[in-house]
Design a protein around this ligand. Structure first.
Ligand code: FEO
Length: 394
C-alpha cells in the first residue's frame, strides 16, 4: 500500500470506512466516514495520533507494518470515544512500551471504557509540550468538542493541528486532502449540526484559543485533511457565531393528508412573505438534513397529525432531536389536524424545554382544513415574517 506522506515523517495511517451508513445508531452517513490516525516520526521518538474504530484495526496495523514501524513511544489520545480510542488496547499489545498521552479526564474515561491499566498513561495539562527529538507536540485542551475530555495537538515545527472530531466530517474519499470544497462543506456542516452544535458556546471558546496558532494544515480524525485550513475555520466561524437566518424548518408527518394540506399552504404563504422554508417528510427524512437546517434556522414548525390521541411518534422524535441539538432557534409553532381530540400541542411544546424560544400560536385544527384554517396559517406566516424582520434575520 502506498502511504501519502503529509510532511517528511508524518503519515496518515487510519482507515476509510466507505460502507458505514449509521453512526451512534442514530446518524445516517450517506457518504461513509473515515477514522484518521496519524504517525509522527521524530528524531528520537515516534507518536501515533489517535487510533481507529476497532472494526478497522486491521487497516491501522497493516499501515504501520507497511512503514516498518517497530516502536511507538506515545499514543496521543485526543478523545475517549471508541471510534478513535477503541483500538488503543490492540496497539498496546503490539507495541507494549508505548504510553498513552491524554488529558486527566480522558485517562479516567479510558479506564472506564477500555479497562486500560493506570500505568500506561502520561496525562498532560493544557499547553504542555512533548518532544519527539526534532519535533514538538503541543497539547491544547479543547473541552466539549464534543465530550468533556477533548484536546487537540499542534505539531509546532510543521504547523499541523490535529483536531480529532473538531472540524471533522463524515466523508469517505480516497484523496487525503480536501478536493471538492462543496462536498466537504455539506459533510462538515452535517457533522457540526449533529455533533458540535449542542456545544456552540464551547466551540467559540476553543476557536478563540486556537487564534494564536499559525496553522498550515488541519488534520481531523474524520474526513479529508484541510491543506487550506481557512476554509473550515471560516465555516465554523459562521456556524458557531452567526445569528439565525430568515429560515423556517417544517418537519411534518401526515396520515390522511389534512396536515399535509396545511403544510403545503404554510410553505407557500411563507415563501410569499419572503421567508426561506424547508419542508421534511418525516416518514423518509434524513435526520442529518434536519440537523443541517437547524444550524441556520430561526424558526421550526412541527407539522403533526394526531395518532393514539397525541403527536405522531415521528413528530415527537423530530422535536426531541431538535431539543437535544440545542440549535439557535428563536421561534416555534405546531400545525396539524385531529379527528376528535389531541394532546399533540402540549406534548410537542413540552419537548422543546432546552430552547429559549417563543412559541407562536399553533394552528391545530379539527378535520380537514377550512377557509378559516387557511386564514390562520396565512396569519402565522405573516407573523413569522414580521418576527424575523424585527430580529434582523436575513
Ligand atoms: Fe469521532 Fe466523538 O468520536
Amino acid at each position: 500500500m502506498h502511504h501519502m506522506e503529509m510532511k517528511p515523517g508524518v503519515y496518515p495511517v487510519g482507515g476509510i470506512d466507505w460502507d458505514r451508513r449509521l453512526f451512534d445508531a442514530l446518524i445516517p452517513l450517506p457518504d461513509g466516514t473515515s477514522y484518521n490516525s496519524y504517525l509522527v516520526i521524530g528524531g528520537e521518538k515516534t507518536a501515533l495520533i489517535d487510533t481507529v474504530d476497532p472494526s478497522m484495526d486491521h487497516v491501522l496495523i497493516s499501515n504501520l507494518d507497511q512503514l516498518n514501524i517497530e516502536r511507538i513511544d506515545y499514543i496521543i489520545c485526543h478523545h475517549a470515544e471508541q471510534d478513535h480510542a477503541g483500538s488503543i488496547p490492540m496497539v498496546l499489545e503490539l507495541y507494549p512500551t508505548a504510553m498513552v498521552v491524554c488529558t486527566p479526564k480522558c485517562r479516567d474515561m479510558l479506564i472506564d471504557l477500555l479497562h486500560l491499566d493506570e500505568t500506561v498513561f502520561i496525562t498532560v495539562d493544557d499547553k504542555k509540550t512533548l518532544s519527539l527529538g526534532d519535533r514538538t507536540l503541543e497539547f491544547i485542551h479543547t473541552p466539549w468538542v464534543h465530550w468533556p475530555e477533548t484536546m487537540v495537538t499542534y505539531l509546532q515545527e510543521d504547523r499541523i493541528l490535529f483536531t480529532c472530531d473538531f472540524f471533522g466530517s463524515h466523508l469517505a474519499q480516497s484523496a487525503l486532502y480536501v478536493r471538492d470544497e462543496c462536498t466537504v462543506y455539506e459533510s462538515a456542516k452535517r457533522y457540526f449540526g449533529e455533533i458540535m452544535m449542542p456545544f456552540r458556546t464551547n466551540i467559540r471558546k476553543n476557536m478563540e484559543k486556537l487564534k494564536d496558532y499559525s496553522i498550515d494544515i488541519i488534520a481531523p480524525s474524520h474526513g479529508p485533511v484541510y491543506d487550506k485550513p481557512e476554509f473550515i475555520l471560516d465555516a465554523y466561524r459562521h456556524w458557531a457565531y452567526d445569528e439565525p437566518k430568515n429560515l423556517v424548518l417544517l418537519p411534518y408527518v401526515s396520515m390522511h393528508g389534512s396536515t399535509k394540506e396545511m403544510v403545503d399552504h404554510l410553505v407557500r404563504a411563507l415563501a410569499e412573505n419572503g421567508v426561506g422554508v424547508r419542508q421534511y417528510d418525516l416518514t423518509v427524512a434524513d435526520p442529518g438534513k434536519l440537523a443541517i437546517g437547524l444550524v441556520d434556522a430561526a424558526t421550526v414548525i412541527i407539522g403533526t397529525c394526531t395518532v393514539l390521541g397525541g403527536a405522531h411518534p415521528l413528530a415527537a422524535n423530530a422535536a426531541f432531536l431538535a431539543n437535544a441539538l440545542r440549535p439557535n432557534l428563536k421561534f416555534a409553532s405546531i400545525i396539524g389536524s385531529y379527528g376528535w381530540g389531541s394532546r399533540a400541542v402540549e406534548q410537542i411544546t413540552g419537548m422543546l424545554t432546552n430552547l429559549k424560544l417563543e412559541v407562536l400560536e399553533p394552528v391545530y385544527i379539527k378535520g380537514n382544513p377550512k377557509e378559516q384554517d387557511y386564514a390562520a396559517l396565512d396569519k402565522l406566516a405573516h407573523l413569522i415574517a414580521q418576527k424575523h424582520r424585527e430580529s434582523g434575520f436575513q
